[in-house]
Design a protein around this ligand. Structure first.
Ligand SMILES: Cc1cc2nc3c(=O)[nH]c(=O)nc-3n(C[C@H](O)[C@H](O)[C@H](O)COP(=O)(O)OP(=O)(O)OC[C@H]3O[C@@H](n4cnc5c(N)ncnc54)[C@H](O)[C@@H]3O)c2cc1C
Length: 380
């Protein structure tokens, strides 16, 4: 068999490793748009931005382990077109790679503010190169604005505050991280940022970015207020990196649609942030943007490539580090979930989230041991 993996990050790498681990000895080719060896994204908005980790520490494997995979790495190369009928992928350098089985692990691309001029000092953060560019500018800027108070925006705000910057965090929702944590827990995140000196502007959108001589100087809010700033980080969420699959006949629907075995078409599988899988039990589809999900899906796909019939039925899990606080969530928090504290003191708690009489999530706030115990309520 000849396996081609597009996307050389945690999802793609884990499929390759799991295949070898299970005894696969055939050809493995891995195409990745970024020129870096596979690295971990979670530290980018945390340890890399604050400078507590050198870049090398983000590398997912050292050179020896990558070499031991015996894979053909095509890094710095972009897949531009998929021709499923020919079992072929066209690359940006004109090469055409054929496959017996294809794994698509192309992740996400950050959203930008539509209709805004291109201004220096405006950043997105998805890749290592983007992180290093932002980090360089953070060394000199004093006033930083973050647009979007989701997980990424909150982490960037925390990192910038830790570096002593004056930070404004702007979001249209009433509390940060509403989509992932709901109102009650999102309210605690708001308190956390306020207590650390972040200027929180929730419940407001951005009218436009303001610049002088090609460089951002402010953010105009509705009603005429101007937030003066030297740097803007756009943390507006991301969209699945499926542009290269247009016209392939695969179903694109806020992600690459696949079944619960993560099969998207004959001999084509999807893994990680890009994959939208269907749950036959409920008829619903899901896509997760979490590190653990990418690894779990990769293990399912590796098994299925080798003839298995494994289904992906995860209990979603993510964590976020902001200041010295580690937030951990197993399960799903709806907007109106109520917290029931199980164990708490002044600096930490473990809780379950309840909605309509059902326990939907286990939560740790600086309490890794407590969240493990809370998880048992979820399984019950
Ligand atoms: C800054 C940041 C912080 C995060 N923090 C957390 C956290 O604290 N906790 C958590 O659970 N999750 C976190 N995440 C999410 C987690 O990193 C992702 O869920 C995970 O990286 C998904 O892995 P993936 O392999 O699916 O995609 P990605 O890691 O996005 O990798 C996709 C790769 O495919 C490449 N690619 C895209 N298109 C093409 C193409 N056409 N041809 C070739 N290559 C292509 C991309 O360049 C990229 O290298 C964070 C993400 C970011 C960006």
């Amino acid at each position: 068999m000849n396996v081609l993996i597009v996307g050389a990050s945690v999802g793609g790498l884990t499929v390759a490793e799991a295949l070898r681990h299970k005894g696969y000895t055939g050809s493995l080719r891995i195409v990745g748009e970024e020129s870096h060896p596979p690295y971990d994204r979670p530290p980018l908005s945390k340890e890399v931005l604050t400078g507590t980790w050198p870049v090398e520490r983000t590398h997912l494997r050292d050179e020896q382990r990558l070499a031991a995979l015996d894979a053909d790495w095509l890094l710095g190369r972009t897949a531009e077109r998929l021709r499923p009928a020919d079992h072929a992928v066209e690359l940006d350098d004109g090469r055409v790679l054929t496959y017996d089985a294809l794994v698509i692990a192309t992740g996400l691309k950050p959203r930008r503010l539509p209709g805004q001029p291109h201004l220096a000092g405006v950043h997105t953060l998805r890749t290592l190169d983007e992180t290093l560019a932002l980090k360089r500018e953070l060394q000199v800027a004093q006033r930083v604005s973050v647009v979007g108070a989701g997980v990424l925006g909150c982490e960037v705000a925390a990192a910038a505050r830790t570096l002593g910057k004056a930070v404004t965090l702007i979001d249209p929702e009433p509390v940060p991280m509403l989509r992932t944590l709901g109102h009650e827990l999102g309210g605690r995140v708001a308190e956390l940022h306020r207590s650390r000196g972040v200027r929180l502007r929730t419940g407001t959108t951005v009218s436009r970015l303001v610049g002088e001589n090609g460089r951002v100087t402010g953010i105009a809010l509705p009603g005429g207020e101007l937030v003066e700033t030297e740097l803007v980080v756009l943390a507006l969420g991301s969209v699945p990196a499926t542009g290269w699959l247009a016209g392939s006949g695969l179903t694109l629907d806020d992600g690459l649609r696949c079944d619960s075995t993560l099969r998207a078409a004959d001999d084509v599988y999807a893994v990680g942030d890009v994959a939208r899988w269907s749950d036959p039990a409920t008829g619903t589809t899901h896509r997760l943007e979490t590190r653990t999900n990418a690894t779990e899906q990769a293990l399912v796909v590796a098994a299925n490539l080798l003839g298995g019939q494994r289904h992906h039925r995860p209990v979603p899990y993510f964590w976020s580090d902001q200041y010295e606080i580690k937030i951990q969530v197993h399960g799903v928090l709806g907007p109106h979930a109520r917290l029931r504290l199980l164990d708490h003191d002044d600096s930490r708690f473990a809780a379950v989230a309840e909605e309509n009489g059902t326990t939907t999530a286990a939560i740790g706030w600086n309490h890794p041991r407590g969240v493990r115990t809370a998880r048992r309520h979820l399984a019950a």
